[in-house]
Design a protein. Sequence first.
Length: 449
Amino acid sequence: MLRRFLPMSFTPATLPNGKPVNERLTLFVLAAVQFTHILDFMVMQPLGTRLMAVFSISPGQFTRLVAVYGLAAAVTGFLAGFVLDRMNRKHALLVLYGGFGLSTLCCALAPTYWALLAARCAAGAFGGVASSVVVAMVGDIIPPERRGRAMSIVGAAFPLASIFGIPLGLKLTDMFEWHAPFVLLVGLSAIVFAVGAKNLPSIRAFAPSANPWKQMSGIMAHPVHLRCFVLTTVLVFGGASVIPLMAPAMVANAGIPEDRLFLIYLCGGALTFLTTPLIGRWTDRYNKVRLIGLFSCGATFAALLITNLPRVPLAVALLAATFFMASMSSRFGPTMAMIANAVEARYRGGFMSVNAAVQQAAGGLATITAGLLVSGDPATGRLVGYSYVGIMSALFMGLTYLLARRLAAAAPWAAQPGPHRPVVMASGTLMNRLASNAEAESADKSGPK
């Protein structure tokens, strides 16, 4: 199964000091960082019913626990955009990931709702920026013609978190209360930190002497970057509006027993895990805009189905949720590969940090908006208004395709299969790619915008 995620033969990279880089191990470590970061975010969703009971909070207050993670990541991600391209990638990732682990420990020890809210804010602040460094490192190491499949390896963190992390977290919650999943995350994060500190390549700063304000101005004023930010916003809004309340809706509206919720994430994650490598290969082989349109159509139908689900047998609920999770995640591979290809190398670290900030802010706002549309019915116990969330999600699915077409019009090389970027980067060694930064800057200035 693991070989399906690594169908291409990686070209060994070499650092400027002559030390070889194991690209396969590096990608696995980066995927593990993403896995723990995503699991920390996702574990809140199936705990919604439990946390609302423990802290006596409303659905709206629970959505704030989810949303504050993304909003904090948005603020710190934007601020990090000023300096990330001036820092060693490995050092930045380890500092941020260490802060993420400590914040997750605070979540595990939180005695009240407000303490948990503050801890979630800190975890988002560190974890969101760490995630952007991960994506930037993939762009630094892997050439464009293989970047889609490399992104699929890192993107496999999402289904893996669903398959292994969430069911295990729910079982731990049943056995040891809601603190247990966060304790598990702290242990996993410590292991990943140790392995990363030993094995991640040290990638020096791309713009060590750049003026932070000038660098940020270049990131924010670039017309292609602006289209990327808008595309990221609508991409995230389409899924983040539906996902946080899916587990409570499955219990309250579809009548699924709470102790069977883990099956939803297990089945949905398993299908996503199987389709992710296939989507990665398609992303490198076919036009990305067409793939985004195709996957958005399937995700639109799935969102409308899952948000209007009545009381149904468990098997029907599993089929609907599995289809929803797989179709929703399928949109991210080609979209993020397209965005990564559109960005100039000299801006990649700062851009990915700002783009992660946009992504997290969009996720937080989508969650808050969904919380405003949904309310609990005291008489029946159902969540009322969830169908309106599905309609909102469907509208953003359509916008995703339209904005992907606009980005392709401004940066045609980003959507095409293969290395169509006008800046030709050497694929043999990381040292050669880093050494070509000056040439890349010149070529980018004269290339298409």
